[in-house]
Design a binder for this molecule. Structure first.
Ligand code: LRH
Ligand code: MN
Ligand code: MN
Length: 431
């Protein structure tokens, strides 16, 4: 069957209709920003250069442990997933890479996968290992842990899987491995805290030793779930210690949903930057726990404050390596393509606003302990509508001025419904 693709010509036609109004808004914003000494072109170029990796696991409809309600035309395999990721990038021009999760999206044919991605204009960001569930045919179970398991053979199996992920990543052109473990305990006394961390470190060192010279290993901490009493890498402090023990290639990954409620995540970001250990992000948003909601959908100000730290640090030349930006979301009630497009744009929005912050004024307010003026300075940037900058950056790169509008107009999902017939299992709601 024919494969439907949104055409460059479709984008050009739709953009032509939207461009006059955009140009008007952009010019007005240019004048407004220049009154405050900001050059709109500098910000537009920086936004255009911004990229965030898509999670391969995020393009299929997500679910909870209670139910999953798949949509139509869902991706069936890695090739369909890459095809969907390419749509997101084609319309937003903000998501040039994909982060794969193994064994969920383990390609059976690596060469073909890499070639298909290249044809679609996509590259690969960090590969993710999975030792938080048992894979089909696996010898030893991770029910009681993986890298920190009490049983040496189980730990070795988990190490082996991570090394295999590195090998797969090398063949795909990735440059990093993200390690998140579900290891922990559900009952007080179940696990010896110190010994469990010792075992983890020993295993993690074996993985670290297998990293190519130009790779990074991102360690992701998480407060709870699936373990509900303790987790081995529970917080950024433990994460920092582990990354420090491992060496310079090991860095901390901040998943926005992995902290206790009300934690000051932007300050954690600042601390990790200060001590050279910020590896990157899994962007998402949450109200209660690891909700994996769309970035900026619950707490956009927090996202802005995180970008404030990132822009401030970049201005100070504080990064030896740029942090890796990845989305990690679960889309239960929306079309994942729409959610991922608007989430990537949401990151660009907060990034653009963070660049608008009058840093001299902020510094002065801080020096004078003028708390109100400090907040006003941040709010002035946060309250600026930078949508014309984002749309113009997309347009100039060949993306859509209105990505969600164009996507809906294209009927992409309806085309995929025909091209990707639901299997019997899918229609029975089993997958
Ligand atoms: C754990 C996590 C981790 C996994 C992903 C699917 O909660 O954030 O990054 O790899 O979810
Ligand atoms: Mn994550
Ligand atoms: Mn998570």
């Amino acid at each position: 069957t024919e494969t439907y693709r949104i055409q460059e010509a479709d984008i050009a036609t739709q953009n032509a209709k939207a461009l006059p109004a955009l140009q008007e808004d952009y010019d007005a914003l240019r004048r407004r920003l220049s009154r405050n000494g900001s050059d709109i072109e500098t910000i537009t170029s920086a936004v255009a250069a911004f990229g965030v990796a898509l999670p391969s696991w995020g393009v299929g409809t997500g679910g909870t442990r209670f139910a999953r309600y798949p949509g139509v035309g869902e991706p069936r395999h890695i090739f369909d997933k890459l095809e969907d990721c390419a749509v997101i990038n084609k319309l937003t021009r903000a998501t040039p890479t994909v982060s794969l999760h193994f064994p969920w999206d383990k390609p059976s044919d690596i060469k073909a996968t890499r070639q298909f991605a290249e044809e679609l204009g996509l590259g690969f960001d960090a590969v993710n290992s999975n030792t938080f569930q048992d894979a089909a045919g696996q010898k030893l179970s991770y029910k009681y842990g993986s890298l920190s398991h009490t049983d040496a053979a189980t730990r070795a199996q988990a190490v082996e899987h991570n090394i295999e992920c590195i090998e797969l990543g090398k063949a795909l052109g990735s440059k990093a491995l993200t390690v998140w473990i579900g290891d922990g305990s559900n009952f007080a006394g179940q696990q010896h805290f110190t010994r469990a961390l010792e075992r983890y470190l020993e295993s993690a060192k074996a993985i670290y030793a297998a990293l190519p010279a130009d790779w990074h290993m991102y360690i992701e901490h998480k407060l709870y779930e699936p373990a509900f009493y303790s987790t081995v890498i529970a917080d950024w402090g433990t994460n920092y210690l582990a990354a420090t023990q491992l060496g310079p290639k090991a860095r901390c990954l901040v998943d926005l949903g992995h902290h206790a409620p009300n934690t000051n995540i932007e300050m954690i970001v600042a601390r990790l930057i200060q001590f050279g250990k910020l590896g990157g992000f899994h962007f998402n948003d949450s109200k209660y726990g690891d909700d994996d909601l769309d970035s900026g959908s619950v707490n956009p100000f927090q996202l802005f404050l995180i970008f404030n730290e990132l822009v401030d640090a970049a201005d100070r030349g504080a990064f030896d390596v740029a942090p890796a930006y990845m989305l990690d979301q679960s889309h239960n009630v929306t079309d994942p393509i729409e959610s991922l497009m608007s989430s990537a744009i949401e990151l660009q929005r907060r990034y653009a606003q963070a660049m608008l912050i009058d840093r001299a004024r902020l510094e002065q307010a801080q020096a004078e302990n003028d708390a109100l003026m400090a907040l006003e300075t941040l709010k002035a940037a946060f309250n600026t509508d930078v949508a014309p900058i984002l749309a113009m950056a997309r347009h100039r790169k060949g993306g859509a001025i209105d990505p969600v509008g164009l996507y809906r107009w294209s009927g992409y999902r309806r085309h995929k419904q025909n091209e990707r017939p639901a299997t019997a299992r899918q229609s029975a709601g089993i997958v």
